[in-house]
Write a protein that binds this ligand. Structure first.
Ligand code: 0X9
Ligand code: ZN
Length: 309
């Protein structure tokens, strides 16, 4: 059975998504947001409770995880949250689940994730062959918004290789097309990465703040206090450029700048600190507490955004 005390292989999670759709057929369905270089699906769960009003004007919230292959807590947390939306007994979570059309994509980079299980635990990028006999593009530098302007490499062997052109990767190209094709307007775009316990908002290509940065700051504060409530877990952050480093070409910035999603955030989940060798190997015993506190945070995040709009 699918447990929350271990990290899962891709196919186990993909089977679990099917099982959840089978178990909650009125609410949950599997969607395919695109395909990978090695022909895997970008498979996710759409959660849409029956509309309470006749005219259903609900907006979508898109939660993307697993863009970087080795950040295993990211898909685990996305799946934990999807499970909460479908099974929680808490009225606040049930309300959250019903108020939006949810798209949860646990594996935006399935080829890379499989590679971290079979070949190299520390793989980050996609798995497409590139120049100089190197493999993979950083999918979070490959999106077509201020592509490669700063904090992104032109060197194919680099961990932050932006690709030969914007959307060169099948994963980012097909996912971006899918996002454009959604029937509902996207209220919020949330990307999950690890690690360092940060909450980030646009932009990565400039220190200039986005037009609604005051609103983003208020949502940020609500989400950070939600994160702290259960176990005291501390998050910091702000706009990407100042809070971590310049980095152009992320999905979050594209969603905000190109798609026009007003509320776009990136979580860098547990652990804190910057120790490269331990940071991506968060013990599986922390999947549940990370899932719990992140669910608390997402609840506060969405409710704060809702209160502003
Ligand atoms: O560098 C990244 O892509 C992210 N950090 S990670 O350690 N998970 O690789 C930061 C993403 C936030 N940056 C932008 N959204 N621009
Ligand atoms: Zn990442």
């Amino acid at each position: 059975d699918y447990s929350w005390t271990q990290y899962h292989e891709l196919n186990d999670t993909y089977q679990w998504l099917e099982n959840m759709a089978g178990k909650y057929p009125e609410v949950a369905s599997v969607f395919v947001a695109g395909q990978s270089y090695e022909n895997r699906e970008l498979r996710g769960l759409r959660i849409a409770y029956k509309a309470e009003q006749e005219a259903d004007t609900r907006q979508a919230i898109f939660l993307e995880a697993g863009m970087h292959a080795r950040e295993w807590i990211s898909p685990a947390t996305a799946n934990y949250f999807a499970n909460e939306l479908l099974t929680s007994e808490q009225p606040a979570i049930q309300q959250l689940a019903r108020a939006y059309i949810w798209y949860i994509l646990p594996h935006a980079n399935p080829d890379g994730y499989v590679y971290t299980h079979t070949q190299n635990r520390m793989w980050r990028k996609t798995r497409s062959p590139q120049a100089k006999d190197c493999f993979g593009t950083d999918p979070n530098r490959n999106w077509g918004f201020h592509w490669r302007e700063v904090g992104a490499s032109a060197e194919p062997c680099s961990e932050s290789y932006a690709g030969p052109k914007a959307f060169s990767e099948r994963e980012t190209e097909t996912l971006s097309q899918y996002l454009r094709s959604l029937p509902e307007p996207i209220f919020m775009y949330i990307a999950m990465h690890s690690f360092s316990q940060l909450l980030l908002y646009p932009f990565g290509h400039t220190s200039a703040l986005p037009g609604n940065h005051r609103d983003l700051d208020r949502i940020f504060s609500a989400a950070v206090s939600g994160m702290k409530r259960r176990f005291g877990t501390r998050y910091t952050g702000g706009n990407v450029y100042d809070a971590i480093y310049p980095a152009a070409g992320s999905s979050m910035d594209w969603a905000y700048g190109e798609l026009g999603v007003k509320y776009a955030f990136t979580y860098e989940l547990r652990p804190s600190g910057y120790s490269f060798w331990t940071g991506f190997r968060l013990p599986a015993s922390q999947i549940v507490p990370t899932g719990q506190e992140t669910t608390d945070s997402l609840l506060e995040m969405v409710n704060a955004a809702k209160a502003l709009s």
